[in-house]
Design a protein around this ligand. Structure first.
Ligand code: GAL
Length: 736
């Protein structure tokens, strides 16, 4: 699997390594494919192993198509002088670039760090870089002598090995574990004020004492609109420093907050910055309102589960006219269940009532061969929890979705990698690992909330996280999913790379997906089939005909502007292939608290970048899969995910993706045709400066259209024109 080192991490690493005394680990490594317990031992003779090049994966060094185990070894002297010269003397950090995918690291035969599905404890983010810190009094370190560092790598598919940009051993720098903890959310006060705790934390025992200087900058004018300073910044391990600051009149747009902490004794500083949130989505009305798509597809004879999404003051009462025989409605919850045997298009009318009034909506239940007629709206565990997902986290997500999001159409709770056992049961059936003691019970719980349940596997022997895949057990697994009540399967190529021929042709690429398609067809359930093979062979051209409801068009996304915008604005070639029942999937959302492991952080996208992300993905008719901790949804993220006019663009029944209409330096324009003859248009400011973006009334995209509506603000506007923040968007719905 390919990983991305983000620019930010690289900068941070460069920053931390600049002052420190580094022992380079860039050269001198030897590599052997295979696995043996003796290879961690310092006495083992590795002189016969090939020399390794850390700028390349092992595939690029003469081991094409090798997935599974391989080892890297290096002899290194760790001079005690680095300890003597260091300002802090208590710990040593091993920075090991990227490791693809999972690893155990041994120093002189003793395990000093591990990550991933080798049975290791999952303590880090999946995409690295791997930084392992140990105490300087750890007996594994042989000061001033020959040390053997050995890395046992387990590659689950695609490229494998140890490679990347930064490899060194260094004394942990005084600022290395100091952080402005930006995970404390802003709070929204009266009169448009914002408040926030500035929090400084460290994992060092050192007593930090110094100054915090804070500046708030208006990105429109570059003026510093607020400066604050405190000399009371004292903190140490376990005792963070907190400083509350408020900022008046800050909620109309995003500002930049820049901080510097300077430690008095060491004289060192750390810098950080963030932006301030502002909410565009209007408050939800107390009047009843029915949201969500206008169509839902199911196959004849298969169980139907549909929750009528509606907002308004509770209690709400639901009514459905035209409900065909075989289906029942729970009038108190709005959940429709049952089965229909006969194909056909069933026109329904939903009515939702409360003490304030009522709302009605026409809806089509399409019973036929096609499901997933609008893009899936849901949650997936990966971008939040990575392999550390467990039953409790899934239940929390489901509960929160039911409480706060399903009223806007959100419906899927999808478990990604990390639920599977490492070995099959004796009867060949797939088994869960100890984090998922009762998959059927969990699925029943999710269904009870009116939500649908998704799961993950690979056509290879192993998933990307190193757990069991479905290879040669496709029928068994599809049946297990059906028995549990699963409604969605993400099927990730991963170690299938070992089974497929090198450079597979189109038929060879389709093969594992067609095999699972057949197995799913035998199960008596509607299971949405989501292909994940990173866009190989222009999958958008054949994914639908090969039975997919969606297919990933790219590698993995991460929470940076670069990653999100490069993926999002490159979707035009795939755009013509989206349609009801089969959508392009440019990967899951990176808003809210993400982490790819147990430790989460607020997304590194600015607030305007998050507006761009949701707008662009909706224009692209992409599945919207929230990738954050649902148990910790802050007000901004919630407002971002509950804008019904924006979601309606994604959920439009025509199922078309926007096309790229304009692409010039600093501006992107994307236009999506909608079922009612209107268009949704995104004008994106990809530059670093404020810009006024407009389409003139004569522009062919809007000629003849007279009504313009700002979708985020849910307000009519006189023209397709507006001031747009750096990396932000104006999202407009135009109609005749
Ligand atoms: C990757 C995939 C991710 C996630 C991960 C799990 O290949 O693209 O979305 O599913 O595997 O190990």
């Amino acid at each position: 699997m390919k990983k991305k080192l983000t620019l930010l991490l690289m900068l941070a690493m460069a920053f931390f390594s600049a002052g420190a005394q580094n022992i380079s680990l860039q050269k001198g490594w030897r590599l052997s494919i295979g696995d043996s317990p003796t290879w961690s031992s310092p006495g083992f003779d590795d002189s016969g192993w090939q020399r390794a090049d850390l700028s390349k994966s092992w595939e690029q060094q003469g081991h094409p198509n090798v997935d599974g185990f391989g080892w890297y070894r290096e002899h290194i002297v760790i001079p005690s002088s680095i300890k003597e010269k260091a300002f802090l003397k208590d710990s040593l950090t091993f920075t090991l670039g990227s490791i693809d995918d999972n690893d155990q690291v041994f120093l002189n035969g003793k395990l000093i760090g591990e990550y991933g599905g080798l049975g290791g404890v999952i303590t880090e983010s999946h995409y690295g870089p791997r930084n392992y810190t140990i105490a300087t009094n750890n007996p594994a370190i042989l000061w001033d002598k020959d040390n053997v560092l050995a890395i046992r790598v387990f590659d689950t598919g695609g490229d494998g090995g140890v490679y990347g940009s930064f490899f060194n051993i260094h004394m942990t720098d005084v600022m290395e574990h100091v952080e402005f903890d930006k995970n404390h959310d802003f709070s929204f006060g009266d009169n448009n004020s914002l408040g926030k705790s500035i929090v400084l934390t460290t994992k060092n025992k050192y007593n930090y004492k110094g100054t915090v200087l804070l500046k708030v900058i208006d990105p429109e004018t570059n003026a510093v609109v607020l400066t604050k300073k405190t000399d009371t910044a004292h903190f140490t391990e376990g005792k963070p420093f907190q400083w509350w600051f408020t900022f008046a009149a800050a909620q109309k747009k995003s500002y930049i907050v820049a901080y510097v902490f300077t430690d008095k004794k060491s004289g060192k500083s750390i810098y950080d910055r963030e932006t301030t949130p502002y909410m565009l989505t209007p408050a939800v009305s107390k009047l009843p309102k029915i949201n969500g798509a206008s169509i839902f597809g199911a196959r004849p004879g298969h169980p139907v589960l549909y929750l009528i999404p509606a907002t308004g003051q509770k209690p709400l009462k639901y009514k459905v006219q035209g409900l065909p025989e075989g289906l029942t409605l729970d009038a108190a919850t709005g959940i429709i269940t049952g089965t229909i045997d006969k194909k056909g298009s069933y026109p329904l009318v939903f009515t939702v009532t409360n003490s304030k009034g009522s709302d009605t909506k026409k809806f089509t239940l399409a019973i036929g061969d096609n499901i997933g007629l609008t893009p899936a709206l849901g949650w997936n565990s990966w971008n939040a929890w990575g392999l550390s997902v467990n039953d409790a986290k899934v239940r929390t997500s489901a509960r929160e979705m039911a409480e706060r999001l399903s009223a806007h159409g959100w419906a899927y709770i999808n478990i990604d990698d990390g639920w599977e056992a490492e070995e099959r049961a004796a009867n060949g059936k797939i088994a869960t690992n100890s984090k998922f003691p009762d998959m059927k019970g969990l699925t029943d719980f999710v269904h009870g909330l009116g939500l649908r349940m998704g799961i993950y596997s690979s056509p290879g022997t192993r998933t990307c996280g190193g757990y069991l895949g479905s290879w040669q057990h496709e029928d068994d697994d599809a049946q297990s999913y059906a028995d549990w009540g699963i409604d969605y399967l993400k099927y990730d190529w991963c170690s299938y790379g070992q089974i497929a021929p090198q450079n597979p042709n189109l038929d060879e690429m389709k093969k594992p997906y067609l095999v699972m398609r057949k197995s799913l067809d035998k199960a008596n359930r509607d299971i949405m089939f989501s292909y994940c093979q990173y866009g190989m062979g222009d999958v958008w051209k054949w994914g639908a005909e090969a039975g997919g409801n969606s297919w990933r068009t790219t590698g993995d996304i991460t929470d940076t502007w670069r990653s999100m915008s490069e993926i999002g604005f490159k979707q035009d070639p795939a755009a013509p292939y989206a349609g009801p029942g089969h959508f392009n999937d440019p990967d899951m959302l990176v808003v809210g608290k993400v982490g790819w492991g147990p430790a989460l952080h607020n997304t590194r996208l600015t607030f305007d970048e998050q507006y761009t992300h949701i707008s662009l993905w909706s224009l692209l008719a992409s599945p919207l899969l929230i990738g954050c901790d649902m148990g910790n949804l802050d007000r901004f993220t919630l407002s971002l995910l509950t804008n019904d006019e924006v979601l309606a663009i994604d959920q439009d029944a025509l199922g078309k993706s926007a096309r790229q209409y304009g692409d010039k330096e600093g501006v992107q324009v994307w236009v999506k045709e909608m079922k009612d003859g209107s268009k949704a248009i995104g004008l994106f400011n990809t530059s670093n400066k404020y810009q006024t973006l407009s389409l003139s009334a004569n522009d062919p995209a809007i000629k003849g259209y007279t009504k313009f509506r700002d979708a985020w603000r849910q307000q009519n506007i006189p023209a397709v024109s507006g001031k747009v923040a750096p990396h932000g968007v104006l999202l407009v719905r135009v109609s005749k």
